[in-house]
Write a protein that binds this ligand. Structure first.
Ligand code: NAD
Length: 456
């Protein structure tokens, strides 16, 4: 039976030395991490190619470059974020001053998935380090090369009492969850998210859950069709659709459906070639099990675009399914692959009703030029985050906290959001001893009358 008790105890002892709370220490750690990633760029690209056949372009933009940008931004802002924030003090507290201190929780557990195996382990780690925590990372077992490289990289940079990487699958993850961490940051599926939350309740450990779900994408009658087609194809087929915020299904207004689909077909050819199955840079499906699950959807509705597969190489080409209804299996759970089912609509309120019948999505996208339609959708649909006239792009802004709502997740991160997620906000009142306002004490004459004047 795996046991990580002594590792966690070592981290707790290190945390208690207060070294990680020093801002220079944190910035130094982030700088070291940044340099190591820059120096490992080639090896990382190779590992991601072996694990998922990720093209260098995708490996750099969505994994390596993404975390380098997060690091640069965090390093430049950290001193200002970490300062105690002076806040207002009400009249009732005259004489005192009020501050909010950001303090690290202690030792954080970060559990990562396989689809962006580097980025989704390192981006939370940046937040954990920036906020002054120690951390244990459990990368995905389904991307062994990248996880191993990530382990070596961090092992060479930091002592394990500060940052440790524990390799393994479900049993390792569960053994770690048996320990008492001060924070748990989990990225993965909804069912495992529930297991993590249950484990956290034993110690009332605060958590962030970055989960998934079916993210709708709507193309309205007045949309810029060409741009919509390009931005949807990119968001959906990047990483072969294995992106938590990829458009899961498409709602097309009846009046533009044919025009959009024709354009979409051209766009897919433009982005991925005449034969995407033979495109050496198209990402593969992560495992046989995921391939079989996706393959079973290809009998749903009619194949309008694509549909070819290569079982040996675990490739499925960009595929669009039409004549789909909510009763088709492809509409049951998050697809997480390069298959895009298409539904059509006349009236946007029907779309809103359908979305409401399902759990709150992680992402939501609508393409329309009409600002009143944009506003109406923002007002009536609850979702983690999303875009108007784009897909996926909101993820890459450090100014937009990223996370889900309802079953798509709890909490958020990126940029200052990551620092805040890994910080407890400690409110402190600094009181004067030069005088003492008497009203709060029960023995003051007319005290209650005076208090009522202040409080009502
Ligand atoms: P997963 O839930 O199967 O696994 C995630 C991690 O949890 C892995 O490290 C795995 O080893 C561990 N794990 C698996 N089963 C476990 C169990 N029973 N107990 C404890 N730990 C367990 O997810 P995945 O297949 O790696 O990733 C795909 C899912 O992640 C999709 O649902 C996707 O939407 C979601 N995701 C969400 C985000 C986000 O930012 N919100 C990002 C990427 C992926």
């Amino acid at each position: 039976m795996e046991n990580y008790h002594s590792l966690i105890e070592k981290q707790k002892a290190f945390f208690r030395t207060d070294k990680t709370k020093n801002i220079d220490f944190r910035i130094d750690a982030l700088q070291k991490l940044r340099m190591a990633i820059i120096n490992h760029e080639k090896l990382l690209v190779e590992a991601l190619r072996i694990d998922l056949n990720k093209a260098e372009f995708e490996a750099y933009t969505a994994e390596i470059g993404f975390v380098l940008a997060e690091l640069r931004f965090t390093i430049s802002q950290l001193r200002s974020w970490a300062k105690p924030k002076k806040v207002k003090t009400p009249m009732t507290h005259i004489g005192s001053t009020s501050y909010v201190y950001s303090e690290p929780y202690g030792t954080a557990l970060i559990i990562a998935p396989w689809n962006y195996p580097f980025q989704l382990a390192i981006a939370p780690l940046i937040g954990a380090i920036a906020a002054g925590n120690c951390a244990v990372i459990k990368p995905s077992e389904l991307t062994p090369k990248t996880s191993e490289l990530l382990g070596d990289l961090l092992h060479n940079l930091f002592p394990e009492e500060y940052i440790a990487v524990v390799q393994g699958g479900v049993t390792t993850s569960q053994a770690l969850l048996n320990e008492k961490f001060d924070y748990i940051f989990f990225t993965g599926s909804v069912p495992v998210g529930k297991i993590v939350m249950e484990a956290a309740t034993k110690n009332l450990t605060p958590i962030t859950l970055e989960l998934g779900g079916k993210s709708p994408c709507i193309v309205h009658e007045d949309a810029n069709i060409k741009l919509a087609a390009k931005r949807i194809a990119w968001g959906k087929f990047t990483n072969a659709g294995q992106t938590c915020i990829a458009p899961d299904y498409l709602y097309l207004h009846k009046s533009i459906k044919d025009r959009f689909l024709k354009q979409f077909k051209e766009t897919i050819t433009e982005l991925y070639g005449e034969q995407p199955l033979h495109n050496p840079d198209f990402t593969h499906i992560v495992s046989d099990r995921h391939f079989e699950r996706l393959n079973s959807f290809l009998t749903n509705g009619d194949i309008y675009i694509g549909g070819s597969t290569n079982r040996d190489e675990l490739v499925i080409e960009p595929t669009v399914l039409t004549n789909i209804t909510w009763d088709d299996p492809v509409m049951e759970d998050e697809i997480f692959g390069p298959i895009l089912p298409v539904l059509e609509y006349d009236n946007l309120s029907d779309v809103v009703n359908e979305i409401h019948r399902n759990p709150k999505p992680l992402a939501f996208y609508i393409f329309t030029e009409d600002q009143s339609v944009q506003q109406k959708m923002l007002n009536s649909v609850s979702f983690g985050g999303g875009c108007i006239n784009d897909t996926v792009y909101h993820f890459a802004s450090p100014h937009l906290p990223f996370g889900g709502v309802g079953i798509s997740g709890i909490g958020s991160y990126h940029g200052k959001g990551s620092f805040d997620t890994f910080s407890h906000k400690k409110s402190v009142l600094k009181q004067t001893t030069r005088f003492d306002i008497p009203f709060r004490y029960p023995n003051v004459k007319d005290g209650l009358k005076k208090i009522k004047m202040f409080l009502k």
